[in-house]
Write a protein that binds this ligand. Structure first.
Ligand code: GUN
Length: 288
């Protein structure tokens, strides 16, 4: 039997992705004389969001992607936020627009997402992009960053996707649904489980590829994992002691998995790496 319990190192793999992006940014600059420009809009006073936004800016700087942050007061009106999005849509020097979520309750999040020009929608959340992905047409779409990161981790781990039984736990727009689409497009046989799924542990235990994206600490027990499966843990939770943990009971799952991502240093670093790549893709399409 193949060796069990390989750790898929998201930090190392994300470095590789960022180096690839940097090389392409340099090549684009040599060709057209300018670099991609990402605009991040922070319209809440959520401290975690402020940290994420700062990290996105730093990572963009490191690969030579210009980035601008618009920090709006948390009481900014829905009209003013939409007006800013329209202004960024119309600005030819803006390649990527990311409105950090969650937004304060007085905003209509769906309306904000739909207002973003799909060609600048580096989160891949606009219905044009989500629809293209769901139809199996990835070539013109911008695809959500975390799902792209999951697929890259699976590829780097040597997991076979074609013909694999893949089980995705979670059906969110940001992760579960797009991951399921990406796996389907790579010829896996995909089952999506969610809060109403009957016999979820038994379904999970048939998975050659198991992606956990439900946001519940240690939800996936060792017994949910088929021997030799590849496990991708998208969860970022706090356990009872306040420590960062995933959706998977890592130690027990690792004893059965062929390969598994840890939390932290698994999927997390891949999200920012693919935000940079999406910005590069948007800029390349728009400017050449
Ligand atoms: N908040 C948490 N994750 C994300 C993300 O991927 N994109 C945006 N826009 N907001 C987030």
């Amino acid at each position: 039997m193949a060796k069990l319990g390989d750790i898929i190192d998201g930090r190392e793999i994300s470095k590789k992705v960022r180096a690839e992006v940097k090389a392409k940014v340099d090549a684009l600059k040599a060709k057209i004389g300018t670099t991609p420009h990402l605009v991040v809009v922070l319209a809440s006073d959520d401290p975690a969001s402020a940290v994420y936004v700062r990290n996105k800016g730093k990572a963009a700087d490191e690969v030579g992607i210009r980035n601008t942050q618009h920090t709006l007061p948390a009481d900014t009106s829905a009209e003013d936020l939409l007006a800013l999005v329209e202004k960024l849509n119309a600005d030819p020097d803006v390649d990527g627009i990311l409105v950090q979520l969650p937004l304060p309750a007085h905003h209509d999040t769906e309306a904000v997402i739909r207002a973003i020009d799909p060609t600048k929608d580096v989160d891949g959340l606009h219905p044009n992009n989500a629809g293209r992905l769901a139809r199996g047409d990835e070539s013109d779409a911008l695809i959500p960053c975390t799902p792209r990161g999951c697929i890259r981790l699976l590829e780097e781990s040597g997991a076979q996707l074609e013909g694999a039984n893949a089980v995705v736990l979670g059906r969110s727009r940001l992760v579960g649904r797009p991951v399921a689409d990406l796996l389907t497009n790579r010829n896996a046989t995909v089952t999506v489980c969610h809060s109403r799924t009957k016999e979820l542990p038994a379904i999970a235990a048939r998975a050659d590829v198991l992606v956990a994206a439900i946001g519940r600490p240690y939800f996936v027990k060792g017994s949910f994992v088929k021997f030799g499966a590849t496990v991708i843990d998208v969860g970022i939770n706090r356990n009872d002691e306040g420590k960062l943990c995933g959706d998977v009971a890592f130690t027990a799952a690792r004893e059965r998995a062929r390969a598994i991502t840890p939390v932290p240093r698994g999927v997390g670093p891949m999200t920012i790496a693919f935000l940079l790549d999406n910005t590069l893709i948007a800029a390349t399409r728009r400017r050449s």
